[in-house]
Ligand binder design. Sequence first.
Ligand SMILES: Nc1nc2c(ncn2[C@@H]2O[C@H](COP(=O)(O)OP(=O)(O)O)[C@@H](O)[C@H]2O)c(=O)[nH]1
Ligand SMILES: [Mg+2]
Length: 340
Amino acid sequence: MSPHYSPNALPQCQNLQAQVDSVLDLLQQEPSLQARVDTSAVRSSLKKAIAPTFEIVFAGAFSAGKSMLINALLERELLYSAEGHATGTECQIAYAEPEQERVVLTFLSELEVENQIQTMSHKLGLLTNTVIRLQDPDYPEYGDTLSQYCTAIIQQEGGESKSERAKQASALKLLLQGFTDNQKYIDKTTNRTLSMEQFDFKNLQEAASYARRGSNSSVLRRVEYYCHHPLLQDGNVLVDTPGIDAPVKRDAELTYTKIENPDTSAVVCVLKPASSGDMTSEETEMLERIRQNPGVRDRVFYIFNRIDETWYNSQLRQRLDNLIGEQFRDSQRVYKTSGL
Ligand SMILES: Nc1nc2c(ncn2[C@@H]2O[C@H](COP(=O)(O)OP(=O)(O)O)[C@@H](O)[C@H]2O)c(=O)[nH]1
Ligand SMILES: [Mg+2]
């Protein structure tokens, strides 16, 4: 985000490591100071300052528009963005020279897919007395049956994103499809990692459109894009997360793990009150947990996304303005955006 971040650009920051080390050495030699100063905070700040990358995590509720916003920033259709289905894929986007653009894909394990199918079908009240085993000779039949049930639910509800239940059904349907299509890449217990060449993708765009397809993205655990764009050039790495309220618990936890990780340098909170009128309890908890990460410090950006929804709705607009006035009055970094 900051083009001036690179620490080596500033003369006083050259040889930062050596300088900090020598100060810490001096401290070691002075017993009376040693007990009073905690050097671990200094060491972790140093580590971050000299790290070649600056990790910017996009966090927020599912469907807040994180993926669409990143696509807009990078001026490319890279990430999966859609109504309804919350993908559990963690995406990381780092810089590459134009001729070295590539994608690295990490798949879920079969056990993980199995657990997800189980959780999702139970939520929908489908096959609740059946333990699903993807290697069972009966599985293809069960899989088909489940998928047909999902189609029926979607029809009943009047469309894929008409209700929470319809969204869950379409998510499950995509997962079943994803497993069928990608079975050859999915290992029993480990997460297989494959590079773009192993798929015969000719370029980043082809790989991205594969990963963006809902069914494929539902069996991908992690996607690393190496992409040519000036925003990424100084070592900025963008991280897209599944969302703090993703239907699968493990996916939601992934976002929290990321915002609390010491390697995270900044967090872009993509918030939804512009479309809902209020902060959810998950959003409030997220803000609190970000504030506890010393690596992030004041580098938290509050993005009120989907602002277009307030343009023609004065009541929503008023509620958002009140919220910002009351809860974000002292925040420097408040932005109103629209991915559209
Ligand atoms: N009106 C409006 N819709 C948006 C905006 N950003 C995203 N959306 C819609 O919200 C859906 C979810 O967006 P996505 O980027 O996948 O959300 P994510 O789950 O936070 O990554 C998409 O289908 C978009 O059409 C926005 O700024 N305004
Ligand atoms: Mg997303």
